[in-house]
Design a protein around this ligand. Structure first.
Ligand code: ZN
Ligand code: ZN
Length: 162
């Protein structure tokens, strides 16, 4: 059993096991959400996850669309502001901000994603595979993006409201 909690301890949860992937996301939304260089996110099955307390403290912010729905959702503790899992996870699996964990999962990070967003003051120094948006879309959806594809970024004026 893996346990996790937010900074104030109001939100506590348990995970039976982590299935992965365990991805370190460098996109500028995950950076703003966490205030950190990158946000490591651990995927677990919804059936393996349960809140022990505090799900009523969770608030959500849906960022403007960059491409298509669903919006990027930031769920956070209304008391301490820690990024947390959504109160009512939809679908078969969900992602957990790994910094919340109080015990170690069986798996370790397996890749870096959105690596074109790594800021000049940061660098990736482990040997894990690195995926930019094109490589990630190909892996996840089997779709090749055009060669001149420019990833949109949170805060770009032309990316707002799409
Ligand atoms: Zn909290
Ligand atoms: Zn991200």
């Amino acid at each position: 059993m893996i346990s996790g909690s937010c900074l104030c301890g109001g939100i506590r949860f348990e995970i039976e096991k982590a299935v992965g992937p365990f991805e370190v996301c460098h996109c500028n939304r995950c950076r703003k959400r966490s205030g950190a260089a990158a946000l490591p996110m651990l995927r677990v099955l919804s059936s393996d996850f349960k809140f022990l307390s505090g799900s009523e403290l969770i608030k959500n912010y849906d960022a403007p669309l960059l491409y298509r729905p669903p919006a990027y959702r930031s769920s956070f503790c209304g008391v301490c502001g820690s990024p947390v899992p959504p109160a009512d996870p939809e679908g078969e699996s969900l992602e957990i901000p790994a910094g919340l964990l109080d015990s170690a999962p069986e798996i370790k990070p397996d890749k870096h994603i959105f690596v074109e967003f790594v800021p000049p003051w940061d660098r990736i120094s482990d040997g894990l595979p690195q995926y930019d948006v094109s490589k990630l879309v190909l892996k996840r959806h089997g779709v090749e993006l055009p060669e001149d594809f420019q990833p949109r970024k949170h805060g770009d004026p032309e990316a707002q409201g799409r």
